[in-house]
Design a protein around this ligand. Structure first.
Ligand SMILES: *[C@@H]1O[C@H](CO)[C@@H](O)[C@H](O)[C@H]1NC(C)=O
Ligand SMILES: *[C@@H]1O[C@H](CO)[C@@H](O)[C@H](O)[C@H]1NC(C)=O
Ligand SMILES: *[C@@H]1O[C@H](CO)[C@@H](O)[C@H](O)[C@H]1NC(C)=O
Ligand SMILES: *[C@@H]1O[C@H](CO)[C@@H](O)[C@H](O)[C@H]1NC(C)=O
Ligand SMILES: *[C@@H]1O[C@H](CO)[C@@H](O)[C@H](O)[C@H]1NC(C)=O
Ligand SMILES: *[C@@H]1O[C@H](CO)[C@@H](O)[C@H](O)[C@H]1NC(C)=O
Ligand SMILES: *[C@@H]1O[C@H](CO)[C@@H](O)[C@H](O)[C@H]1NC(C)=O
Ligand SMILES: *[C@@H]1O[C@H](CO)[C@@H](O)[C@H](O)[C@H]1NC(C)=O
Length: 842
């Protein structure tokens, strides 16, 4: 082609651009001439049948299918936005935006419009290596509405990097910008819809739900997202999930489909789940809800996905209000001033001319019934305000703002130049503008983080049929509640739980496979339930702690030991004080009258060997009171028994001396010599004390000396603090040694029972030993049946009484004689007694 020819071409081209508006100044809903054309894809009709038209070589005729009222509403939003931009010249001054809108009839007609938009004005789509200099008919495409169509169209458009802004395709697949580099959208993705839905269910504590899905990508994808979301957190369970039959184009159910639908409704009738989530295009649901009404279902909470949440046709089934409460997820409400009038405005100047000069070979740019249908729902549409409409509106504005930047517009004019779609795409990613008070921009995935609303369906004159009850912010991922729901159960939130939640402190025992279905069991005392760690098992309290039934924490056990203020302690303490002071005074009296025969007959210096340990023992009684420590345990187990043994061995050796020394002197003089020379009595006392000490040490070595806590078998709230639990065996061992000494002492005393009363201790030793013996036996018996502070008290009481019996029983009478019968405490009196005894014997 020569230079001249090329110039001519360009001239012709420019001529075409500037003459086109005039040429196309006709009225049609589907076309508007302009310097830059936007492609619009909307579903004005829908063939929900999932069978493609592959058996004949014609583009499907959309107007043969069912009409989608909302589709026309959205298309009007695009027209409105373009007209508004053209009217207000500040955004694109001097530039006229045009559009070409095609009905994709949901899925059936999405390839042909894509090719149509990509072709040039002459319907010519060249086969090239490089499309970077290629200018297709449209600069950007708005739509289509559903994800499946969007993906198909996007596969064509991305080859040319033609920007595509969709307004209601929510699929998460579209976030993949490697696959869909030219795809942006003005709605949050499905993940956010699902999250809002889940948070709504959690808010009302519904954890037992039914999921009904359409037999298409929309139903499958969203239900999979929902089940993944609830399986991950295990807080909601799906009782069952069913696929709704897709009706034929005729909208009449085949017998097989009716059978299938009946099976689903039977299951729904039988389940205890009262919350039903429905993911489906709205047209599939007409048959379904008719069947639901025929079955007189009541008391169900229906949760609508965005595909049918604000559908005015379904909402017009006013009978549905008797089936329960309808909640739905949809885009937030934004009011667009002037749109309500525009929606039902007749395109001025009569019907569109059937043949334009450049009418291109496309169809599906007609919908004769749309305007009348939209008018008939006008009341509902006006009351419900703009939601998805705003998404379309903002999509158009996003493209316009990008054009504004690309054409370097100022307040008066823009550069009118040829633009390539990929240039516009770059600018669309960067737009950041305010529209009706909303700050709009695309995030990293090309989504606009618009808020979602939870709406409730209301029926009634002059109120919003889709009342917002909560709002979900995709950035915060949180629901905020703004309105109360009016439930079908008045003043009561409907319940949909597999099992009622367990009471505090009860474990869950799973029933079946669902984590939401369980029985509740009590945690027994001594265990507790930590719900954040394990809901299914009771955990044992640490050994120093205890819990009551159904506890969620343990408390410290009450420690039990002897206290000063307790009555038994006071009694024993008084006895000990009595023993202490009497022993002290005896010590004093004996010291004063050390040289008298009474003291000498009682053992002389050995008396002090007995009195000092006695005094020590009485003084050490407080070690029994208060929480035991190593020191007090040592005292309790070693000191008292040693003191007692010293006393016993002193008494024994004294009895031996009285009875046997004279006989030994006469019959075994050498032994007597040894006995006297080596201080036999003291050696004996030291020897038996050493044996006793060894016993005690052995006893302590076999068991620990540390104080131990044992659980009171009668009251687990209490821990008994005591010295070593092997105490009983130790007591028996100790007692056996004391017993031996007692028996020996008693034998000598018995042999000397005829001695003068001053020397005769048989009665006393018998009494004291019997008391000591019986008390030890009864203490052991008591310990074997009892466990607790009472044992400590008994132990202490027995110990104190034993010492008292030695102290008062042995030394008491002697002191009494010393103090009150000093005339009997003379060598002369003793001599006379001995003489009297000798005479009686002979
Ligand atoms: C645009 O301007 C025309 C003519 O002034 C007017 O009739 C129409 O309602 C305006 N449209 C919008 C959307 O503002
Ligand atoms: C539903 O209720 C209507 C009227 O109350 C009754 O005629 C019809 O038999 C009921 N249908 C079923 C399935 O119970
Ligand atoms: C439509 O086109 C046909 C031929 O292409 C022409 O004869 C007819 O006059 C046109 N009609 C209108 C209303 O322009
Ligand atoms: C729309 O309604 C008007 C009157 O309300 C009627 O004249 C017209 O024929 C209707 N159009 C269609 C396509 O039904
Ligand atoms: C709504 O439903 C009623 C009764 O089913 C029907 O008469 C009316 O035409 C419907 N409205 C629209 C706008 O279709
Ligand atoms: C958009 O613009 C606003 C105000 O001009 C700014 O605060 C915000 O950070 C911008 N957002 C992005 C994503 O650039
Ligand atoms: C919702 O109900 C509660 C109690 O019934 C009431 O306190 C609250 O104001 C209500 N909120 C709204 C937004 O109506
Ligand atoms: C419960 O379990 C959690 C997590 O394992 C832990 O952080 C918490 O301390 C536990 N609470 C109690 C009372 O044991």
């Amino acid at each position: 082609m020569g230079t001249q020819a090329r110039t001519l071409c360009l001239l012709l081209f420019l001529l075409q651009i500037f003459t086109k508006p005039a040429e196309l100044a006709e009225n049609s809903d589907f076309h508007l001439a302009g310097n830059y054309l936007l492609g619009g894809l909307f579903s004005l009709h829908a063939n929900v049948k999932n069978v493609a038209h592959l058996d004949y070589l014609q583009v499907p005729k959309c107007n043969e299918f069912d009409m989608k009222v909302l589709g026309y509403n959205l298309m009007q939003a695009m027209r409105f936005a373009v007209e508004e931009i053209n009217n207000h010249s500040s955004l694109l001054p001097g530039v006229r935006l045009g559009y070409e809108i095609v009905d994709v009839c949901y899925l059936s007609n999405n390839v042909q419009p894509g090719l149509y938009f990509l072709a040039q004005n002459d319907d010519f789509l060249p086969i090239l290596k490089d499309y970077s200099q290629y200018v297709p008919q449209v600069v950007a495409v708005i739509g289509p509405d559903n994800s499946e169509s969007t993906i198909t169209v996007s596969n064509f458009l991305s080859l040319f990097l033609v920007p595509q802004v969709t307004y209601s395709a929510i699929s998460d697949k579209l976030r993949n910008k490697l696959r869909f580099p030219a795809m942006l959208r003005t709605v949050p993705s499905a993940t956010h819809h699902i999250e809002a839905m889940v948070q709504l269910m959690l808010h009302f504590r519904w954890n037992w739900i039914v999921v009904l899905v359409s037999n298409d990508d929309y139903g499958r994808e969203n239900s999979q997202l929902l089940s993944q979301r609830v399986i991950n957190t295990r807080d909601i369970c799906i009782a069952f999930q069913e696929v709704l039959p897709m009706p034929e184009a005729s909208q009449v159910l085949t017998p097989a489909e009716r059978q299938h639908l009946n099976t689903i409704l039977d299951k729904l009738w039988g389940t205890s789940a009262r919350v039903v989530v429905v993911f489906s295009p709205e047209l599939v649901l007409h048959n379904f809800f008719q069947e639901v009404l025929a079955r007189n279902f009541t008391g169900i909470v229906w949760i609508a996905s965005e595909s049918w949440a604000i559908d005015p046709v379904l909402h017009n089934f006013t009978e549905l209000r008797h089936t329960g409460t309808f909640l739905g997820i949809t885009i937030q409400q934004m009011s667009i001033p002037g749109f309500s009038d525009f929606r039902v405005r007749h395109a001025g100047g009569g019907p569109p001319t059937p043949n334009r000069t450049n009418l291109r070979a496309t169809c599906n740019q007609d919908c004769d019934a749309c305007l009348n249908a939209t008018e008939s729902f006008s009341n509902t549409l006006v009351l419900s305000g703009e939601r998805v409409v705003y998404s379309v509106y903002s999509a158009v504005y996003a493209v316009a703002h990008a054009l504004h930047r690309l054409l370097s517009c100022n307040a008066k004019s823009c550069l009118t130049k040829e633009i390539y779609p990929w240039q516009l795409l770059k600018e669309i990613w960067l737009v950041n503008f305010t529209l009706l008070g909303n700050q709009l921009f695309f995030d990293q995935q090309g989504d606009m983080p618009m808020n979602l609303d939870i709406i409730q369906w209301r029926w009634g004159q002059s109120q919003n049929p889709f009342q917002s009850i909560a709002s979900y912010s995709p950035t915060q991922k949180r629901l905020t509640y703004i309105n109360n729901v009016s439930w079908h159960t008045p003043n009561k939130i409907p319940v949909s739980m597999c099992s009622k939640s367990c009471q505090s402190g009860q474990i869950k025992k799973p029933v079946g496979l669902h984590p939401c279905c369980f029985e509740c069991f009590d945690c027994p005392p001594g265990t507790f339930l930590n719900r954040s760690a394990d809901e299914f098992n009771c955990q044992f309290c640490p050994s120093s702690m205890w819990s009551h039934k159904n506890a969620i924490t343990c408390f410290k056990r009450q420690l039990s030991f002897l206290q000063w203020y307790e009555a038994p302690t006071i009694v024993v303490a008084m006895l000990a004080a009595l023993g202490f002071f009497s022993t002290l005074s005896m010590l004093f009296i004996f010291w004063k009258h050390f040289q008298t025969p009474m003291v000498r007959s009682a053992g002389g210096p050995m008396c002090f060997l007995m009195l000092v340990p006695l005094l020590l023992a009485f003084g050490m009684v407080p070690v029994y009171v208060g929480p035991p420590t190593v020191f007090t345990c040592f005292c309790r187990q070693a000191l008292f028994t040693l003191c007692f043994s010293i006393c016993l061995s002193c008494i024994t050796v004294r009895s031996f001396q009285i009875v046997c020394v004279f006989k030994m002197a006469s019959r075994l003089p050498r032994a007597y010599g040894f006995w006297m020379r080596y201080h036999g009595p003291y050696v004996f006392v030291a020897f038996s004390t050493a044996i006793k000490a060894m016993l005690v040490v052995a006893n302590m070595l076999t068991s620990t000396i540390n104080p131990m806590g044992r659980i009171d078998p009668e009251d687990p709230n209490i821990i008994i603090l005591s010295c070593h639990p092997n105490y009983r065996n130790g007591l028996l061992l100790n007692t056996s040694m004391d017993m031996l000494l007692s028996v020996v002492g008693f034998s000598f005393a018995y042999m000397g029972k005829e001695l003068p009363t001053n020397y005769n201790e048989a009665k006393f030793i018998t009494l004291s030993m019997t008391f000591s013996f019986t008390s030890s036996i009864s203490l052991c018996t008591f310990m074997s049946v009892h466990d607790g502070v009472l044992v400590t008290i008994m132990d202490l009481l027995v110990t104190v009484l034993n010492f008292l019996s030695v102290s008062l029983g042995y030394f008491g009478p002697k002191c009494y004689m010393i103090l009150f019968y000093p005339e009997r405490n003379t060598p002369a009196y003793f001599n006379s007694m001995i003489q009297g005894y000798t005479m009686r014997k002979s």
